[in-house]
Design a protein around this ligand. Structure first.
Ligand code: FA5
Length: 356
């Protein structure tokens, strides 16, 4: 048998099957068409396949390809028609209210979004307003102005997500052609995904005179090894208060009150002496994970703003002082809802997300 006549048979099947599907007036008729043409036992498609089994070795690729195309097309047409016939119909006089309804899926906010909104609300009650900053930063705001010198290990390219250097080189050459070389490094230098929300402290102080009382919430990025409490993208809430006569006692009180407002009165907060280039003295802050007093999880860093930072933004450290803190948002949310692993927040598993 020549492949031409085999192809003719497939074409004929396609025409008849499509016409039958399209003209089926209701679900019962469509089911009869399905059995006649697509039925697995005695359907016409099956018969056709048996005939095609006789094709020669040379004919097989062409004939097989065409057969599969037609099979898919007729099946797709059948499915479309089936959907169309199962849609609720309007009765002659309007909507038929006896037909089954279409369930409306209700969306909900991601648990981290809920947490962020609640953080802003609590800190708003403490008199802090919300400030924002970019996620793509320059080295001035992410490091230099925060008293992190060029040779500090925190600036290691392996510990940060710097953006492609090719773009940087291109920008530099454009800048020199336009004679913009006098611009500060912050404008023309390398860019990176911010590794901390402390960048926003600098941006706010650069453009506002003291006093300052802000929080800033957003994503930060670090090439950390991912485990149950570490992610390479996570959220922080930065807090900054600059005024005359601020004290470490005020900082500790704000953090304790905040933690209790969000987590409840059974949480214990402890402070450990630590070091950050942009605060002096500095502390790390832990929360109790449960009531056993044996398990603690670090939630943030904090301290009194270093005079060098105040000078970098044009403030007079003899007139104003301040405190700052940076808290990991995921970890608060994990304790509140007993989420054992930070990766649940980004896995997009609806079984997890529907619980909030
Ligand atoms: C900082 O980022 C400082 N900028 C905090 C700060 C602000 C200190 C202002 C002083 C003044 P640190 O690297 O410790 O500090 O991060 C703060 C918190 O972010 C941690 O305590 C933790 O809760 C959270 N965190 C840090 N790394 C990760 C990570 N990979 N995944 C999830 N959360 C993290």
């Amino acid at each position: 048998m020549s492949s031409g006549s085999l192809i003719d048979q497939i074409d004929a099947f396609e025409r008849t099957a499509l016409a039958a599907v399209q003209s089926a007036p209701d679900a019962a008729a469509l089911e009869a068409v399905r059995i006649e043409f697509l039925g697995a036992r005695n359907g016409r498609l099956r018969d056709l396949q048996t005939v095609l089994g006789k094709a020669t070795k040379e004919e097989k690729p062409v004939v097989g390809k065409r057969f599969n195309e037609v099979k898919q097309r007729v099946t797709a047409e059948y499915e479309t028609k089936q959907r169309a016939l199962s849609r609720p119909k309007r009765a002659a006089g309007g909507l038929d209210v006896t037909l089954p309804g279409v369930r409306v899926e209700q969306g909900r906010r991601h648990p981290l979004t809920q947490t962020i909104l609640e953080f802003k609300e609590i800190m708003g009650r403490f008199g802090f307003t919300v400030a924002d900053g970019p996620e793509v930063e320059d080295e001035w705001h992410n490091f230099q102005a925060l008293n992190i010198p060029a040779d500090h290990p925190a600036r290691d390219p392996l510990d940060n997500f710097f953006l492609a250097t090719a773009n940087y080189a291109a920008r530099q050459s454009t800048a020199s052609e336009l004679n913009l070389t006098a611009q500060p490094a912050a404008v023309t230098g390398p860019r990176l995904l911010r590794s901390q929300t402390s960048t926003v402290q600098i941006r706010v102080m650069e453009s506002n005179p003291p006093p300052v009382r802000i929080i800033s919430v957003g994503r930060v990025y670090r090439p950390d090894t991912i485990d149950a409490t570490h992610s390479c993208m996570f959220h922080q809430m930065e807090g900054l208060l600059i005024a005359e006569g601020t004290t470490m006692a005020q900082l500790k009180t704000v953090l304790r009150l905040f933690a209790r407002a969000y987590l409840g009165h059974d949480v214990t907060i402890r402070f450990r002496p630590s070091f950050f280039p942009f605060t002096e003295p500095s502390v790390e802050v832990d929360m109790s994970w449960d009531n056993t007093g044996t398990k603690w999880l670090e939630i943030g860093g904090a301290g009194m703003v270093d005079p060098n930072v105040l000078k970098a933004v044009g403030y007079d450290p003899d007139k104003v002082t301040g405190f700052a803190f940076g808290l990991g948002i995921e970890r608060f949310c994990m304790r509140r809802y007993r989420v054992p692993d930070i990766r649940y927040f980004t896995n997009n598993d609806l079984r997890f997300l529907r619980q909030f």
